[in-house]
Design a protein around this ligand. Structure first.
Ligand SMILES: *Cc1c(COP(=O)(O)O)cnc(C)c1O
Length: 344
C-alpha cells in the first residue's frame, strides 16, 4: 500500500454525539458541512442517522442534495447559506430547509417555493450571516405567519467561556425571539459547553463530533498512518529536503513517508511536527513536500511499515497547534488520496 491510510472511527463519532446529546437540554442535531468536516458526509451522516439524529446542517444546497441522496427521506436537512439565486431546484428536489438570511432571501423563497419549509438565521452580533435586529423586527410578523421550522443564530466567541460576547449574543437572541412559538437553536459545540442557558430547543454541534476543540473530552475520531517508502542513512553535515533546512548533527537514519501538503499536511507544521512509530516519537526533519515527509528514525530499533501522524499520541489539535492553525482546518484539509478505512 503506497498511499496513506486515514482511519475513521465511527464508534468514537457516535460516542461524541451521545456525550454532547447528554449535555443538551433539548434535541441534538449534527453539522456535517464541508463533507462532514473532511471525513465524508456520507459515512458520517449514515452513522449519525442510525443512532437517531433527525436534523442535519450543511453549508450549501449542493451539500444538502448529496446528503439527501445518502440519507433518503426522513431527516431534516438545513442549509446555512439559505436560498440563493440558482438554489431553487436543489432545495425542492432535496426537500431541503434553507435558513433564510435576509428579506431578499425570504422573498425569493416564498415566491419560488410557496409552502416549502424554511428556517430563519438571525445575526446577534457576529456580522457574518443572518438578519440583523432592525431587518428582523420589520418582517418578523410576516415571517412568523409563514411558520418557520427553526430560528437559529451563531456565537462568535463560544470557544472562550469567559468572553462577554457570549452573554451579549444570548441576550440579543432572546430579545429577538422570546415569546415566539418556533423552535430555537443558538449553540454549536462551544455553545453547548457554555451551559443550558444557551441550549434552547436544539444544539447543533459540528467539530466536537469529529474530536476537535473546544470539546476537550471528545474521543479522537481520525488516525492517519503514512507508509515508509524509503530509508537512508546520512552522516553529520548532510542535509535533508528542500532548501537544505535540516542538517544532520549525528549519524542519522531518515525515513521518507508518503503524504505531504497536497494531502492537507500543511507545510507550516514542518519542524514542529512529530510522527510516531508505536510509542516512539520521530521528529519531522526538513520541509514538508507536496507528496512526501521526511522523519528522523535513528532511535528506532527496527524500521516499521508506516509512521503515524494522527492517533493516540497526537490529536488533530496537536497537529493544528504545530501548524499554527485550528483543528477545523486540519480536518477539512484532509486529502483525497488517502485510503479510507472505516471502523463501524
Ligand atoms: C459550522 C457551524 C456550526 C457548527 O460549529 P462547530 O463549532 O463546528 O460545532 C453551527 N452553526 C453554524 C451556523 C455554523 O456555521
Amino acid at each position: 500500500m503506497t498511499s496513506a491510510t486515514l482511519t475513521i472511527d465511527l464508534r468514537a463519532l457516535v460516542r461524541n454525539w451521545r456525550a454532547l446529546d447528554a449535555l443538551s437540554t433539548g434535541e441534538t442535531g449534527a453539522v456535517v458541512k464541508a463533507n462532514g468536516y473532511g471525513l465524508g458526509a456520507d459515512v458520517v451522516g449514515r452513522a449519525l442517522a442510525k443512532v437517531g439524529v433527525r436534523r442535519f446542517f450543511v453549508a450549501t444546497a449542493l451539500e444538502g442534495t448529496a446528503l439527501r441522496d445518502t440519507l433518503g427521506a426522513g431527516p431534516d436537512i438545513f442549509v446555512f447559506s439559505g436560498h440563493m439565486h440558482g438554489d431553487t431546484d436543489a432545495i425542492r428536489a432535496g426537500i431541503l430547509t434553507p435558513m433564510l438570511n435576509s428579506v431578499d432571501q425570504m422573498l425569493r423563497h416564498v415566491e419560488a417555493l410557496p409552502g416549502h419549509p424554511f428556517g430563519i438565521q438571525l445575526d446577534t452580533g457576529m456580522n457574518r450571516l443572518g438578519m440583523e435586529p432592525s431587518e428582523w423586527f420589520a418582517v418578523r410578523d410576516i415571517a412568523i405567519a409563514q411558520g418557520p421550522a427553526l430560528i437559529v443564530s451563531h456565537l462568535a466567541c463560544a470557544d472562550d467561556a469567559d468572553h462577554p460576547m457570549n452573554a451579549h449574543q444570548l441576550e440579543t437572541f432572546q430579545a429577538m425571539t422570546d415569546g415566539l412559538d418556533i423552535p430555537r437553536s443558538l449553540a454549536a459545540t462551544g455553545g453547548t459547553l457554555l451551559g443550558q442557558a444557551y441550549h434552547f430547543d436544539m444544539t447543533r454541534p459540528g467539530v466536537g463530533l469529529y474530536g476537535g476543540m473546544p470539546f476537550a473530552k471528545a474521543l479522537p475520531v481520525v488516525s492517519l498512518d503514512l507508509p515508509i517508502i524509503q530509508v537512508r542513512d546520512v552522516v553529520p553535515g548532510e542535509t535533508v529536503g528542500y532548501g537544505n533546512s535540516w542538517v544532520a548533527e549525528r549519524d542519522s537514519r531518515i525515513a521518507t513517508v508518503s503524504g505531504g501538503y497536497a494531502d492537507g499536511l500543511i507545510r507550516a507544521m514542518g519542524a514542529n511536527a512529530t510522527l510516531y512509530a508505536e510509542d516512539t516519537p520521530c521528529p519531522v526533519v526538513g520541509r514538508v513536500s507536496m507528496d512526501l515527509i521526511t522523519a528522523d528514525i535513528t532511535d528506532l530499533g527496527e524500521v516499521p511499515d508506516s509512521l503515524q501522524l494522527l492517533g493516540k499520541h497526537q490529536t488533530v489539535e496537536t497537529v493544528a497547534t504545530a501548524a499554527g492553525t485550528i483543528g477545523y482546518e486540519i480536518l477539512t484539509s484532509l486529502g483525497h488520496r488517502y485510503h479510507r478505512s472505516i471502523i463501524e
